[in-house]
Write a protein that binds this ligand. Structure first.
Ligand SMILES: [Zn+2]
Length: 138
């Protein structure tokens, strides 16, 4: 089985960390728009979403906001290739995350604030697979 890679730029990483800190203490969420080339998922645009759950332990994306992102993505010829959210502690998907991963089979990017680290996952045939994150400096 080939390795799935998430390609992001340093600027995108910094911008996610920044908006995540602004949303504290609540979980922050964003959508990753881009293109899949082979097993590489290339992030082109980040869309910051509001967490309407207003919670430190979960997130919920506003369905109207989500619809708008789908529309603008298709206009730009991009797909929603990933869903990002933050955790205060722990970088593994929670059981709630896993149930949503089942119905949203894209890359799930998680930033763990307590360790300042990113992890990415995909649920493939109900198996949690870690996705490699490649950061470019461009
Ligand atoms: Zn989570």
């Amino acid at each position: 089985m080939t390795e799935i890679t998430l390609l992001m730029t340093e600027t995108q990483i910094n911008s996610i960390v920044c908006s995540t800190r602004e949303d504290l203490p609540n979980e922050s969420c964003s959508l990753l728009l881009g293109k899949m080339v082979g097993d590489e998922y290339n992030v082109k645009v980040l869309k910051k979403m509001s967490n309407i759950a207003n919670s430190q332990y979960s997130f919920n994306i506003d369905p109207d906001e989500l619809m708008k992102v789908y529309q603008s993505a298709s206009k730009e010829g991009l797909d929603i290739i990933g869903i990002y959210h933050s955790h205060l502690v722990g970088s593994r998907p929670s059981s709630t995350d896993l149930s949503y991963m089942r119905i949203n089979p894209v890359i799930w990017l998680i930033y763990e604030l307590s360790n300042s680290r990113f992890k990415a996952y995909m649920l493939i045939d109900d198996n949690l697979k870690e996705v490699k994150i490649k950061v470019s400096t461009v």
